[in-house]
Design a protein around this ligand. Structure first.
Ligand code: DLL
Length: 454
């Protein structure tokens, strides 16, 4: 072996040289299975899962009866389209246990998500669900080059959020030593990395960026730190942010996707060959990409809303869950050797579009413009309000310390330049407000970029 991936930097070096056989794969039989095998397995599991759900969850029995669909009608993976969609509202209407397929005596753990409107949804995991969950996580953890000897420090919140415990169980399954620090107390995180020889850090990308900055302010030498891998997820990672963290912290970082309603983290994970995509755990999830307006399937490789049907869920077996996350999926082979389909990183959701004076604006468009401006950090906020009866859009963007100046003229020119760039892309008037370095509030969990005061 020419690479020792327990050494800082070697996983990235191996990937850069295309030496993917030097990187570990947790479950090679399934992660490298042929497409024909995967699809046959999905068809078998789908049949079983639909029958299980129909027989145990009155909500789905009624929905399927109303559509005139019986479990016998589901024979192929394409037959999934005969089934009704599920939206977050179904979990809210049946809160707390209306969609559960087993009694609470078989549920080992509950998790919840408050969502944007604050109304909670709750999900439950049986023993088998917990097993599948930690398996899916162990896979994505290895995609980043984590090895069983790793010391993994948790900077996701524990509690009802699926991120903390999900990653915890998966890392332990792989054999890592868990350091359950939890979110917050950033300086202590840095101290612990040094004291405990932490090799893996788990955080939202925005919190990882904050940990990086605080370390730098403390004079911590990231290049000499034992830290080797960052496992991110839970929120979109702005373009360029992952690469910036990698170079400033001298680690390799992957971005991983999931959602509470279908499992939590573990749905898909980034390998080191396709850095803007994530392999979907296709033996456990059947994916579809649909037009968010019509619900009709789009052609493979086209952008649309991701719809997921978990194929093994026992606790709460949702069918055709509409994630609202926009992505596209390809089944082309990946250089890493994995055969599972890859989805593009989720940058926006079908429900996060802002309408500003009749024009559609996606926060990701603003993020793209800001990421192309060298003088600003990845931290930003979008404020929408009504001024004189009209929508007003303000983008607060933070200046990098090295670009900060006392010259009002220079700052004003910078501000006007950013405004022009944003206007050119958004086609709507926008006010830019420059914020001094460190002036935009940092979060320890998911960053909240948009404040709609209308
Ligand atoms: O955030 C699960 C998770 C935790 C995934 C930790 C990865 C790591 P929820 O709180 O239910 O679950 O939020 C799910 O967050 O529908 C996406 O809109 C967004 N999201 C999650 N991960 C990513 C990601 C967890 N890597 C919602 N990139 C999802 C972009 C993400 N968006």
């Amino acid at each position: 072996m020419s690479f020792d991936i327990t050494r800082k930097g070697d996983a990235l070096k191996a990937a850069a040289q295309g030496a993917f056989d030097e990187l570990p794969i947790f479950d090679p039989d399934i992660e490298r299975a042929s497409r024909a095998y995967i699809e046959a397995l999905q068809a078998e599991k789908l049949k079983r899962q639909v029958r299980y759900t129909y027989e145990r969850v009155p909500y789905y029995r009624e929905k399927m009866d109303a559509l005139g669909v019986s479990p016998d009608d589901i024979q192929t993976i394409g037959d999934v389209r005969k089934l009704p969609f599920t939206d977050k509202s179904a979990l809210r209407e049946t809160f707390p246990y209306g969609l559960f397929a087993v009694g609470l005596d078989r549920i080992r753990e509950l998790h919840a998500s408050s969502g944007t409107t604050g109304k909670p949804i709750v999900v439950g995991y049986t023993d088998d669900d917990m097993d599948v969950w930690s398996d899916c996580i162990a896979r994505l953890v290895q995609m980043a080059g984590v090895v069983p000897e790793g010391n993994a420090q948790m900077a996701f919140g524990y509690g009802m959020f699926t991120g903390g415990f999900g990653l915890h169980y998966g890392l332990q399954k792989l054999g890592c030593t868990m350091i359950p620090a939890g979110a917050g107390n950033t300086e202590r995180h840095i101290q612990m990395i040094q004291d405990y020889g932490t090799t893996v850090l788990i955080a939202t990308p925005s919190y990882a960026m904050h940990i990086c900055e605080v370390g730098e302010e403390m004079g911590y030498d990231w290049a000499a730190s034992p830290l080797r891998v960052g496992l991110f997820g839970g929120e979109p990672c702005p373009p360029g942010m992952k690469a910036e963290i990698e170079s400033r912290m001298h680690i390799v970082c992957t971005d991983n996707y999931g959602l509470t309603e279908v499992m939590g983290p573990g749905v898909s994970g980034e390998c080191l060959a396709a850095r803007d995509q994530q392999h979907i755990a296709e033996d456990h999830f059947l994916w579809e990409v649909v037009d968010p307006e019509t619900g009709e399937a789009v052609a493979e490789g086209e952008m649309g809303e991701l719809v997921l049907t978990p194929l093994d869920k026992q606790g709460i077996p949702v069918l055709r869950y509409r994630t609202h996350d926009l992505t596209r999926v390809t089944t082309e082979p990946c250089a890493c050797g994995r055969t599972h389909a890859r989805m593009d990183k989720v940058r926006s959701r079908s429900d996060d579009m802002l309408i500003i004076r009749g024009t559609n604006v996606f926060p990701s468009q603003i993020e793209d413009v800001l990421s192309g401006i060298d003088e600003v950090t990845p931290h930003y906020r979008i404020i929408v309000e009504t001024v004189g009866g009209m929508d007003a859009l303000t983008v607060q963007t933070e200046i990098r310390p090295e670009s900060f100046t006392d010259s009002f003229e220079a700052l004003d020119a910078m501000r006007r330049r950013i405004e022009e760039k944003l206007k050119g892309v958004l086609l709507v008037g926008v006010k830019v407000s420059l914020v001094e370095p460190g002036g935009i509030e940092r979060t320890m969990g998911k960053a909240k970029h948009v404040e709609d005061r209308r």
